[in-house]
Design a binder for this molecule. Structure first.
Ligand SMILES: Cc1ncc(COP(=O)(O)O)c(C=O)c1O
Length: 288
């Protein structure tokens, strides 16, 4: 039994569907030994994947960054996602896909010759943000960003993110906002947005953040709803003085941050820019 996982849920592993509690990966898998792999998470609403092409583009970018040849064509990835959704007990779910470099004798250097990556997939239940989360917002703390310098790769090596999230849990809040050299990067598992004087701000898309699939979506929604958008470095002082702070991820969609480091953000209530963007996000989901 895997704590918290129904054993009879179905997973995909290397070409087969099996019960979650029966799926086995080699102890020599480089994902297990070295964290040598990538993943992506696609939200699915009522059986329909949301922004699937963008998620698969990012998965392929992450694989390329690690020189792992994609083990599936685009059509095969799409077919796998649909099959995981078909087998999911809940039609609104999160499809998790993971690829590692495969199982080899332990050595930091890549194995030579043709490799056989390990491919894993699962559809897990997705509970959309609650009305309470939308109305009350989330509480967050600021932490130093102690991760490596390739945060743009959606790597399964997540220790920096794990430690940041754990600090939030131990502080009794929802998420940690990371700062590197005094500038905003992102959450432990989310992107962070700041509203200042009516303008939506986001940190530059570079190696210091993971470009969430909601990054592109939010810029589209901002344009659609007439919210000015600016991508630039945002200092910790600007974040502390923000009128609004928003957080995005596949699971959180877009949510307001109403408390940072024990102090209210702006009025301490979800703000007007959040309301506009959240309504536009919901409309995109409803239009699927
Ligand atoms: C570090 C990090 N940044 C940003 C995001 C948001 O990405 P997306 O919008 O694709 O869920 C995630 C998602 O889990 C993440 O782990």
């Amino acid at each position: 039994m895997i704590p918290g996982m129904p054993g009879d849920s179905q997973v995909y592993l290397n070409g087969e569907f099996t019960r979650a509690d029966e799926a086995k990966v080699s102890v020599f898998d480089r994902g297990f030994i070295l964290g040598d792999g990538v993943y992506d998470v696609v939200p699915v609403y009522h059986g329909k994947p949301f922004r699937m092409a963008e998620h698969l583009d990012r998965l392929e970018r992450s694989l390329k960054a690690l020189s792992i040849p994609s083990p599936k064509s685009r059509e095969e990835w799409i077919a796998l996602i649909h099959e995981l959704v078909r087998r999911s007990p809940t039609p609104t779910c999160m499809v998790y896909l993971q690829v590692t470099r495969g199982a080899y004798k332990r050595d930091h250097a890549f194995p030579t010759g043709k490799i056989t990556p390990t491919v894993f997939g699962i559809a897990a239940e997705f509970r959309r943000p609650s009305a309470a989360q939308r109305d009350q917002g989330l509480r967050m703390i600021s932490v130093p960003d102690e991760r490596w310098l390739h945060c743009e790769i959606k790597s399964i090596s997540l220790l920096g993110n794990v430690l940041a999230r754990q600090q939030a849990v131990e502080a009794g809040v929802d998420e940690a906002i990371q700062f590197r050299d005094g500038y905003l990067t992102e959450g432990a598992a989310s992107n962070i947005w700041v509203v200042s004087g009516g303008t939506l701000l986001a940190p530059p898309k570079n190696n210091l953040i993971l470009e969430g699939i909601r990054y592109g979506l939010m810029t589209e929604l901002a344009q659609e709803t007439g919210v000015p958008f600016e991508m630039r470095r945002i200092s910790q002082a600007e974040v502390a003085a923000a009128d609004e702070i928003l957080v995005t991820s596949a699971g959180k969609e877009v949510l307001p941050v109403t408390e940072l480091d024990g102090k209210p953000v702006g009025t301490g209530q979800p703000g007007p820019v959040y309301r506009k963007l959240q309504a536009a996000y919901d409309a995109r989901v409803a239009a699927l």
